[in-house]
Design a protein around this ligand. Structure first.
Ligand SMILES: [Zn+2]
Length: 235
């Protein structure tokens, strides 16, 4: 089973739309962990895209919290924008035992915070009734390992579970290494400026996404979003 996920991370509408367009082109499902209100996300094709939450708890942890946000207010705000969400992966993978209890109280069914890069993964049930679905590949961690985007670093097969995590910004920039992102980051909210900072010389995250989508189709690997996978197998 090949599952694609994406942490939206406040990408601009244009940057988000471009990534969704790639999934549309290959008619492939993806779970979107969303961070903010967005017309593109609110109107996206629900046959392909599942909306899940990507709460940012960093203001609380960093003691930089002028709006006095709490775990509850952060989750409630996101759920107010996207009441359909059943899954959660925190920005920066923030998690704790009380936080997981909070996720369950809010009616969320699964947590996707557990990252095991390039490892074998399987879903398992948590003590609070939620399911945890780990993931085993992420674009920005791939470049932090200084790995090339020519290869994912994991051998796909039809029996195991593979959960990929792409960020719209890295698909847009076709990020090939950390420096490409560092150069572009000051223009994060300015799509026109970002265009000037795209990697155009080396194989990058966008190339890898497209090749993964092609392989999934060609080899007829099973594909679903996380909620679909959970519902089919465990609920
Ligand atoms: Zn994030």
């Amino acid at each position: 089973m090949i599952i694609f996920t994406s942490d939206i991370d406040w990408a601009t509408e244009e940057v988000t739309a471009e990534m969704l367009g790639i999934f549309e082109q290959y008619n492939t499902k993806c779970t979107l962990f969303v961070t903010h209100p967005s017309k593109v996300l609110q109107n996206c094709n629900r046959d392909l895209f599942e909306i899940a939450l990507h709460p940012n708890f960093n203001p609380i942890l960093d003691n930089n919290n002028p709006q006095n946000k709490t775990q509850d207010s952060i989750l409630d705000e996101l759920l107010g924008w996207y009441p359909e969400a059943k899954g959660v992966r925190s920005h920066c993978m923030t998690q704790s035992t009380p936080m997981l209890s909070k996720f369950a109280q809010k009616g969320l069914l699964y947590d996707a915070n557990h990252f095991l890069p390039y490892q074998k993964i399987q879903a398992f049930k948590l003590w609070n009734g939620m399911w945890r679905i780990p993931y085993n590949w992420e674009d920005d961690i791939h470049y932090l390992y200084e790995k090339s985007f020519e290869e994912t670093g994991i051998e796909l097969n039809e029996n195991d579970l593979f959960v990929f995590d792409f960020h719209p910004i890295h698909v847009f920039l076709n990020t090939d290494c950390e420096q490409t992102y560092i150069n572009a980051k000051p223009f994060y909210q300015n799509t026109e400026e970002l265009k000037k900072h795209k990697n155009t010389t080396k194989t990058g995250a966008r190339d890898m996404l497209i090749s993964m989508l092609k392989i999934t189709k060609e080899k007829k690997y099973a594909n679903d979003n996380l909620l679909g996978y959970l519902t089919q197998n465990f609920l």
